[in-house]
Write a protein that binds this ligand. Sequence first.
Ligand SMILES: Cc1cc2nc3c(=O)[nH]c(=O)nc-3n(C[C@H](O)[C@H](O)[C@H](O)COP(=O)(O)OP(=O)(O)OC[C@H]3O[C@@H](n4cnc5c(N)ncnc54)[C@H](O)[C@@H]3O)c2cc1C
Length: 533
Amino acid sequence: MDTEVLIVGAGPVGLTLSIDLGKRGVRCILIEKNDAPLGYPKMERCNPRTMEIFRRLGLADAVRAAGYPPDWPMDTYLVFDLMRPPLLKMAHPTVAQSKARRDATTDGSMPLEPYQIISQYTLEPLLKSAAERIPNLAVRFGHELLSYTEEPGGVAAHVRKTSGETITIRARYLVGCDGGSSVVRKQLGFKMEGEPHLLEMRQALFHCPELYGKVCAPRARHYHRIDDHWTLMIVQDSRKHFTLHAVVEKDEDMAALFEAIVGTPVRYEMMHCAKWVQRLLLAEHYQQGRVFIAGDAAHLVIPTGGLGMNTGVGDAIDVSWKLAATLRGWGGPKLLQSYEAERRPIGAINVKASGGGTAGRMKWRAAYRPDIEDDTPSGRAALANLLTIARAEAPKSFRVIGAELGYRYAGSPVICDEPGGPAPNIEDYVPTSWPGARLPHVWLVPGETSVHDRIADGFTLLQLGRNREDASGLRKAFSAIGAPLSVLDIDSEAARRVYGFDYLLVRPDLHVVWRGDALPKDPDKVARVVTGH
Ligand SMILES: Cc1cc2nc3c(=O)[nH]c(=O)nc-3n(C[C@H](O)[C@H](O)[C@H](O)COP(=O)(O)OP(=O)(O)OC[C@H]3O[C@@H](n4cnc5c(N)ncnc54)[C@H](O)[C@@H]3O)c2cc1C
């Protein structure tokens, strides 16, 4: 074999997967068909869970330094243009305010890391350079996967370089992080289920450094223009670049709309313009044999709510430790199989959540009337009606913290689940240590060290109660399988209160796999289940 894992596609998902696998000591090759990272805008919001994952990878500070400054307003507005007073404000805390709230919270309800705005075209080069620093990871741009063949014990990938030369790369496992038109998914024969064509939009990127010196509108993250084009302006991480999304006939219309939303003459350059289609799709499967798909290759959402890349980063972090465990010999046969069992239901929930958020936007957009800007009784009535609907509906697309932090791998074959369990809740996050859930964040040293920071790369038994039983049975059980287990004493009343049990067993991706007030009576069984045996 040339490598242990071949990752196809150096978007944010493939890059995150390769960094995590690389840090776990797995030999990998990451191939990307383009010669350089993405040069145009797509996502801009890393959600809190993605930022927690970047913290574990040692990247959170670098991501924050490259994105919005911590005090940049995150509010979103409905406007006619940026020279007139906004018509509706949806207030959101800044990163600095979120951090202050987190530091004053002890009930586990806040994420360890707040969200961060960073443009995808800034994030990808940052992740690429982090990947290139990992010695056991080869990053090869200008390498396009054409097809692959399954062979005994591995996969042979047929790859064309930019030069035209074709080569074969042999790997034990292959993960297709190759986006919405995934070659890997197509070769697997997995259909995408859902809505393939909801709305065709254009996105244009404008460079306009003088904008905030000229307009009256408050600084913000998004400005929705009240019109019949669905115009949305997104302030990119530099605050000098702006993307505009709209339903228009031709590229030139985007420049006219930019001028219309700005509302005063400014010097600007339109740097990029392209069509994109809103879709809500989920692959019927996520894996077959030694081949997996992750990210947009497996699910496509409408960007509203930011559940695209962020869901993909969740896929990456789930499959990564399972691949590493299997390659190192301690992952049992059910471990890799559990990837689809755990991540596809989350993909389904997030596709639905993104559709729900967009439905709210459609409602207030549908209330647009051509005379809405007129100072006439009918114009004023139309505006009042639209704003009433928007006040109720527009914030819905932002209420996804439950989907971001509260997802739980209910019914997973590698979790010692308990009967019952909280139902998925997209809008609200209720901290829980229920098996399958992400371990809630609790500070051990306020503002500095979280319980998360003390969790090792393998399994960790948290001992939270006053009486600590002899954990040698569990240690022996893991050791017999060859799986790493650390035992961590947590002397924190806040943690004991939030987690609700004296003992918690947590796996490498910070999901709880077992909990109890006494150590398990059958430690061998617990160790076997959670390692996939
Ligand atoms: C306008 C817009 C705004 C968005 N905003 C957000 C947001 O705020 N938050 C969020 O979470 N998501 C957002 N998204 C979605 C987000 O951009 C995607 O979910 C994300 O890019 C998916 O990452 P990925 O790595 O799975 O796939 P991609 O980013 O599509 O990366 C796939 C990579 O694979 C490469 N590739 C493809 N085929 C091959 C091949 N055969 N061989 C080698 N390489 C190949 C491609 O060149 C590409 O680099 C937004 C999307 C859009 C369009």
